[in-house]
Design a protein around this ligand. Structure first.
Ligand code: GRF
Length: 201
């Protein structure tokens, strides 16, 4: 069974959607460990509640970012993690980490990439005046929010939307597409060809 490791810095609602899909038997996988760079992350509580290993790795305990990353890799190795899921993980990973788990790291971003990379993607979308927004699950490469796209979902933007109301509408879709992408990976249905992810149905 595919072994998952989730990195999360905060609320962990995407983590929850994956835990729920695994527990419902929708994904043939097991969440082995949840790792956070934030001691107070709700994601860690969610893991514990589901009897999943919850590990805090504090960046301030390491003198270099390499040391911090190595500590994360050590934890992932300890649980034989095969696919790394970024779920609201707020630290950028180095090329070393990305190479270590080449094509085995997924991320979700709350925009229709390649539009609106980085922080406050929903506010960026509102400021730009787009009529649709959405979310993207992608493999992680060395750029920020640039890797091959696995799945996207679209939501309408309403004239009276605020960052919060749009984020809430997008989040609902995030909770569907992220488990779906992990399921496809677990079923070995994803093939990366350059920038493209072919879904073998
Ligand atoms: C989500 O909006 C996700 O797209 C972004 O960070 C947020 C994490 O939310 N990468 P949660 O911690 O999963 O609730």
């Amino acid at each position: 069974m595919l072994k998952l490791g989730v990195l999360a810095s905060g609320r962990g609602s995407n983590l929850q959607s994956i835990i729920d899909a695994v527990e419902a038997g929708e994904i043939e996988a097991e969440v082995k460990v949840v790792i956070s760079d934030n001691e107070n992350a709700q994601a860690l509580e969610r893991a514990t509640k589901h009897q999943i290993e919850a590990q805090y790795v504090g960046p301030e305990d390491y003198s270099t970012s390499n040391g911090f990353e190595q500590a994360i890799i050590d934890q992932l190795e300890r649980y034989d993690v095969e696919l790394v899921i970024l779920a609201g993980f707020m630290k950028l990973l180095s090329p070393y980490f990305i190479k270590y788990y080449q094509n085995r790291i997924m991320n979700i971003h709350p925009s229709l990439l390649p539009a609106f990379k980085g922080l406050h993607a929903q506010q960026q979308a509102l400021d730009y005046g787009v009529k649709v927004a959405g979310c993207t699950v992608h493999f992680v490469d060395q750029g920020m929010d640039t890797g091959p796209i696995i799945l996207q979902a679209v939501v309408p933007v309403k004239e009276d939307d605020t960052e919060d109301s749009l984020a809430t509408r997008i989040l609902e879709e995030e909770h569907k597409v992220y488990p779906e992408a992990v399921k496809l990976y677990a079923e070995d249905k994803l093939e990366i060809e350059g920038r493209k992810v072919i879904i073998k149905r």
